[in-house]
Design a protein around this ligand. Structure first.
Ligand code: ZN
Length: 244
């Protein structure tokens, strides 16, 4: 029996058990605070050194880099280790799927990663710890060491387009999978949300695991409202046993 390809689209809700709040969702912290939103909005960031200084201070203060994967992240790894082909498409920038043990090539990061920095001039990248160490050493807006241009976190800021290559990979997975599980996402932000519709259009079984209703609930084969930390492991165990 050929095991079905399982696609997992994860949003902020999968990481709340790891202590990471929803920052960028429609009801996220940044969206509710215009001053905070500026710190992660591309034009403000590029145009105002004071915004950059505050943005770096925010990265230094926030706990994303020290967060640990939780039971839901680990359950995805266990599903993969049981022999089921798994691909993760994530709206999160915390890198917790990989930290839980999923290989990087199986994780599509729609909004980039907060674990790296990138140069806005020459596109050089490096670990975020390296940029934060420069803050600790007294720099408040560290420029690129190669070309001198502005550095930023390797996340997709508000006002930036998603990487078309990354988006293309996500679409291909949505079309090819037999099961599409949307977990911890409001399915209200495009284009990520549309992936659920694409998967359903192409015949995938659509499962939604989210505390709140989503616009795709009516199209779903199964909607689960229980807490993600217990519901996702149960659901994925069912899939790994082939009983679903
Ligand atoms: Zn550079």
């Amino acid at each position: 029996m050929t095991k079905p390809l399982v696609a997992v689209l994860s949003g902020a809700g999968i990481s709340t058990d790891s202590g990471i709040p929803d920052y960028r969702g429609p009801q996220g912290l940044w969206r509710r605070d215009p001053e905070a939103e500026k710190l992660v909005t591309y034009d403000y960031y590029m145009g105002d050194p004071e915004i950059r200084r505050r943005s770096w201070q925010m990265r230094r203060a926030n706990r994303t880099l020290s967060a640990e994967p939780n039971a839901a992240h680990r359950a995805v790894v266990e599903l993969e280790r049981s022999g089921v082909p798994v691909r993760v498409i994530t709206q999160n920038v915390d890198g917790l799927h990989q930290l839980a043990g999923l290989s990087a090539r199986k994780v599509i990061e729609l909004h980039g990663t907060a674990r790296s920095f990138v140069c806005t001039g020459c596109h050089a990248r490096g670990p975020m710890e390296e940029a934060l160490a420069r803050l600790d050493a007294g720099e408040d807006d560290p420029p690129c060491r190669k070309c001198g241009a502005i550095l930023k976190s390797a996340t997709v800021m508000f006002g930036q387009r998603l990487d078309p290559v990354v988006l293309g990979e996500a679409l291909a997975i949505a079309k090819a999978c037999q099961v599409f599980i949307a977990v911890g996402t409001s399915l209200r932000v495009q284009p990520a949300a549309g992936l659920a519709g694409v998967a359903a259009d192409h015949g995938a079984r659509l499962v939604i695991v989210n505390a709140e209703p989503t616009p795709y609930d009516e199209r779903a084969n199964e909607v689960i409202r229980e807490p993600i930390g217990t519901a996702l492991p149960q659901l994925l165990r069912r899939l790994s046993l082939g009983s679903d």
